[in-house]
Design a protein around this ligand. Structure first.
Ligand code: 6GU
Length: 247
């Protein structure tokens, strides 16, 4: 996976992605990350990237030319026309399934805007996808791009060393993850659930699955509508965990 980020703040993206698991994946050559500074593609002597909006109004608009030329500097090197993701609160909302879809691409270009937005004409010309990371307002697209890079990268084969860890956690089968415990066995008078110390693998797995169902019903009942449950599990949820009922 090769990420290319069009941004006015390349250091922010580079710094944000060079640590921990993502940094290690870059070192291992499993992913690559290139932050392209849109300002390097300006054609005026002050390296100005924005101007007043036609029609008036507050704020500034990023101009089409430097964005387009920065894009071309990447796209002209690639064999296939890559997907270009514009980070905007107006886009479709990012989710695990969007991450899964994008993880199959060879190259991804992220376009990060600032100010009041980007001239619509260059967006029409180059953008293939508009994505939001949720219903709140941010000052720029860099953090959303980093969020997406993190979520997509952990789906790239080899990035997570534990083969199960990508699969077995929150959103597996659209359920929330079960609680986890580590040593000591008792902490501040709170004991670890005894079943986890039983050594009985099947019972532990059954308990964990039940905990996932309980958690999801309590915290994110909306997920249960599309969760992948067995007939027995559906009945358990309906009988014990239906709206408002506590176990
Ligand atoms: Cl993807 N970009 C910006 N600029 N703000 C956002 C967002 C994205 N998602 C939520 N707010």
């Amino acid at each position: 996976m090769n990420y290319h980020v069009l941004t006015l703040f390349p250091e922010m993206v580079e710094q944000g992605c060079n640590t921990s698991i993502i940094g290690r994946a870059v070192e291992k050559g499993l992913i690559s990350l290139e932050a392209v500074n849109i300002r390097d593609y300006t054609e005026n002597k002050h390296n100005k990237v924005d101007d007043y909006p036609y029609g008036g109004g507050a704020g500034m608009v990023m101009q089409a030319q430097p964005v387009y030329d920065a894009y071309q500097s990447i796209a002209s090197r690639l064999e296939k026309k890559p997907r270009v993701i514009y980070m905007t609160p107006q886009g479709r909302v990012f989710s695990q399934s969007v991450a899964e879809e994008l993880a199959g691409e060879e190259d991804l270009i992220f376009l990060c805007g600032h100010y009041e937005g980007i001239d619509e004409r260059v967006l029409e010309e180059i953008v293939t996808d508009e994505v939001s990371i949720g219903d709140y307002v941010l000052t720029g697209g860099e953090l959303p791009a980093m969020v997406m890079i993190d979520a997509i990268s952990r789906l790239v084969p080899g990035v997570l060393n534990n083969a199960d860890s990508a699969e077995y956690e929150s959103f597996h089968d659209n359920l929330l993850e079960h609680p986890q415990y580590s040593r000591p066995e008792v902490w501040r008078d709170k004991a670890v659930p005894p079943i986890l110390l039983s050594g009985h693998h099947a019972n532990v797995e059954a308990w964990r699955r039940e905990q996932s169902l309980i958690r999801t019903a309590k915290r994110r009942p909306d997920l249960l509508e599309t969760a992948d449950l067995s007939e027995k599990e559906r009945l358990f949820v309906e009988k014990n965990l239906a709206k408002g009922r506590e176990i």
